[in-house]
Design a protein around this ligand. Structure first.
Ligand code: ADP
Ligand code: MG
Length: 300
């Protein structure tokens, strides 16, 4: 796998406060990574360090194969770590032309990027007439003008209304689908669950977990079931060692798996036992529950 970023034993102290503590993780090409943690857990500090705007206290980070300077590497990185700021009386297109000039990239991609973020129809409107969501989308277009290898976003949906949040998440997924690696910091569990394939979870600057979001949901999940013959179903489930806890509520039977099983296999098993299901849904414990379990175990 091609490495985009490697962080090794990174530490940042602000006076006596340790904002990032001995943090290591790596980012590989083509995935969507989340840095997840409550406010103050060191997400922005970590992004600031790898983007060369915050000085590290200890540890290392290296971009790409490690053979180019951070300055050169950052030309292949698109990042939005502050609230979008453009010239209010200039249009989207005029603002992006200026960005191209400053970044020394061609203006040839402006329309393509505006289209990607859904702002093509509003390209000639002044920036000051944009909603916060539109401003954020323009910032994303701006960060993509040089077709970066990786797009870095710090809390990209903060302050937006539900529709604005949805639009930004869809755009992130679209950018990822085109092959751009993404690293986004968020304090929102469901955001990471919805958008990211991989996650680094921080608490007080320390890594609690890093890996695939799927693997983190390592519990085997549960089935939600309905059938006309509920008693027979629950009796059979209790005899089946693939299941642990069985719950019944308002006609819905919830059966927790103790090992891997897909819905099709379960359906066949039930049918062979003479049970016809009118409802069968497989679910996993949400990342939120996992996250709460992880962050709950505080010894101090
Ligand atoms: P997050 O982005 O996860 O909310 P931050 O990285 O912004 O967290 O902050 C981590 C910790 O470092 C917090 O306790 C914060 O108050 C502190 N911190 C961040 N920047 C500075 C700074 N420039 N000076 C002093 N403390 C800071
Ligand atoms: Mg932050």
């Amino acid at each position: 796998m091609e490495k985009i970023l490697t962080v090794t034993n990174l530490t940042k102290k602000f006076g006596y406060l340790t904002a990032v503590k001995n943090l290591s993780f790596s980012i590989e090409k083509g995935h969507v990574y989340g840095i997840l943690g409550p406010n103050g857990s060191g997400k922005s500090t970590t992004l600031g360090i790898v983007l060369n705007v915050v000085n590290r206290t200890n540890g290392e980070f290296s971009w790409f194969d490690g053979n180019i300077s951070t300055h050169e590497a950052l030309k292949k990185v698109g990042a939005i770590i502050e609230r979008p700021n453009f010239y209010p009386y200039m249009s989207a297109v005029q603002n992006l032309k200026l960005v191209c000039k400053i970044k020394e990239v061609s203006t040839g991609k402006i329309e393509e990027k505006l289209k990607l973020v859904g702002l093509l129809e509003r390209k000639d409107s002044k920036f000051k007439t944009y909603s916060l969501g539109m401003k954020q989308r323009l910032a994303i277009a701006s960060a993509l003008l040089n077709d970066p290898e990786i797009l870095i976003l710090d809390e990209p949906t903060n302050g937006l209304d539900p529709q604005g949040i949805h639009q930004i998440r869809e755009i992130i997924k679209k950018i990822a689908a085109q092959g751009t690696t993404i690293l986004l910091a968020s304090h929102l569990l469901d955001e990471v669950e919805k958008v990211c394939s991989h996650v680094v979870i921080l608490r007080k600057g320390e890594k609690l977990y890093s890996g695939r979001v799927d693997d983190m949901l390592a519990s085997h999940g549960f089935f939600e079931l309905k059938t006309a013959d509920r008693e027979k179903l629950t009796t059979l489930l209790k005899e089946n060692t693939s299941f642990g806890e069985i719950r019944e509520e308002n006609g819905l039977v919830t059966a927790f798996l103790t090992e891997k099983m897909d819905a099709g296999t379960f359906n066949r098993w039930a049918f062979d036992k003479g049970i016809v299901l009118s409802h069968l849904v497989k679910r996993k414990e949400s990342l939120e529950e996992q996250f709460l379990t992880l962050t709950k175990n505080e010894s101090n």
